[in-house]
Write a protein that binds this ligand. Structure first.
Ligand code: GLU
Length: 419
């Protein structure tokens, strides 16, 4: 029987393997294995019908040794402390692997946002912001969007925080609307980073995006933007999915049409009809015939069983933690090449860093500057991961973890331990 999946156990086990394979001194690892602070809050909210509901919220601050804590806020019915702890740890690793001066954190509220009205969501977000206000700030901990949160959510966080401080505090969140100090290119940044990562990977194998068959699980902010950019770079997007299931077309979907149909989540893929389009299940999207599989939904999607049935050559992890450690072993054995989440989806936090830099300097950059600088950071990090991967003859996951852990541990060492 397979053990129940625990994302935090999973990330710790992967870090331990990387510590061994990279021959890294373990003394400081004891610190990195644990988050610095876990905050749990109970959030009373008056519903539109006058009743009161109390929601559970979290903010886990994993590490700030390389810079302020940084990471998104997720609204999902399955949010739990261990999930948020794992997500916070991945943020520390992510910021370290691409070498931006942030630590790692993550927040979440256990709620299915689809069951709340816009006004209820606004009240919930504001109450959550009030509850975590003492521990966030432009130079302490900077939230951003994640699963089921967006620019509007960030506008509410920003306004609540600014009201409490009696002045505009744009640097307290990233991924906010451009009108409130958001950065050009932030909304599509994670998806763009996924496409750039794929391009860098394919280049290594003498291939290009053009004509490459891509399947994408998840059409939220990350999957939806990645699909559009792949499509415009002449990749063949053969399959995409959302919570209602997937659609498949062997010679490529018209992603412009699919995205227009979905209308930012107002409609579901199961209702989409077009010539030659087949409807497939969530499981089938993962195992369909393609060159590149892009899981862009949640954790724990590719387990060992699914891994045995994959038909792709490459996996580019757009979601955080979509592949279990057991699946990693199967994937390696089968010769499928995987680009890990901490690098592949780092485009979001990289452009968050650009947004924060623009806010604290009170200036704005053009879209082309953002795109160029994003590509520059990703290319430099990829070269470093590649070098480590080749040197130790390991998977890209191990290579990326070794680069990130060495950087975190080196910082711990030169900083020393307080007191
Ligand atoms: N939620 C995104 C992530 O998982 C972005 C975080 C950020 O920009 O701070 O990487």
């Amino acid at each position: 029987m397979t053990k129940e999946y625990d994302p935090y156990e999973n990330v710790v086990a992967v870090m331990e393997e990387a510590m061994d394979k990279g021959n890294i001194d373990k003394k400081m690892f004891e610190i990195i294995k644990n988050p610095q602070r876990e905050t749990k809050v109970y959030l009373p909210v008056e519903m539109d019908d006058g009743t009161i509901r109390v929601f559970e919220g979290y903010r886990v601050q994993h590490s700030n040794i390389r810079g302020p804590f940084k990471g998104g806020i997720r609204f999902h019915k399955n949010v739990s402390l261990n999930e948020v702890k794992a997500l916070a740890t991945w943020m520390s690793l992510k910021c370290a692997v691409v070498n931006i001066p942030f630590g790692g954190a993550k927040g979440g509220i256990k709620v299915d946002p689809a069951t709340l009205s816009e006004r209820e969501l606004c009240r919930l977000t504001r109450r959550y912001t009030y509850a975590i206000e003492p521990i966030i700030g432009a130079d302490t901990d900077i939230p951003a969007p994640d699963v089921n949160t967006n620019t509007q959510t960030m506008a509410w966080v920003l306004d609540t925080y600014s009201m409490l401080h009696g002045k505009p505090c744009p640097g307290v969140v990233t991924g906010k609307p451009i009108e409130l100090g958001g950065s050009k290119g932030r909304n599509s940044a994670t998806g763009r980073g996924v496409v750039i990562s794929t391009k860098l990977l394919l280049q290594e194998y003498g291939e290009t995006l053009e004509g490459t068959k891509v399947a994408i699980q998840g059409m939220g902010n990350v999957g939806g933007n990645a699909a559009m950019i792949f499509y415009h770079r002449d990749a063949i997007v053969v399959a995409v999915s959302d919570v209602s299931g997937g659609v498949y077309k062997a010679d490529g979907l018209d992603i412009e049409e699919v995205n227009a149909f979905l209308d930012g989540g107002k409609r579901l893929l199961k209702e989409y009809q077009a010539e030659g389009v087949e409807h497939i299940s969530n499981e089938e999207i993962l195992t369909c015939a393609c060159d590149v599989l892009v899981p862009a939904a949640l954790e724990n999607q590719i387990n060992a069983e699914v891994a045995k049935r994959l038909q792709c050559k490459y996996i580019v992890e757009a979601a955080n933690g979509p592949t279990t450690k057991e699946a990693d072993d199967v994937i390696e054995e089968r010769g499928i090449v995987l680009i890990p989440d901490i690098f592949a989806n780092s485009g979001g936090v990289i452009v968050s860093y650009f947004e924060w830099v623009q806010n604290i300097q009170e200036l704005t950059w053009g879209r082309d500057t953002v795109k160029e600088k994003l590509e520059e950071i990703l290319s430099a990090a990829f070269a470093e991961i590649l070098e480590t991967t080749r040197k130790y003859n390991l998977t890209f996951r191990m290579g990326a973890y070794i680069v990130a852990l060495k950087r975190l541990i080196h910082t711990e060492e030169i900083k020393g331990l307080f007191p």
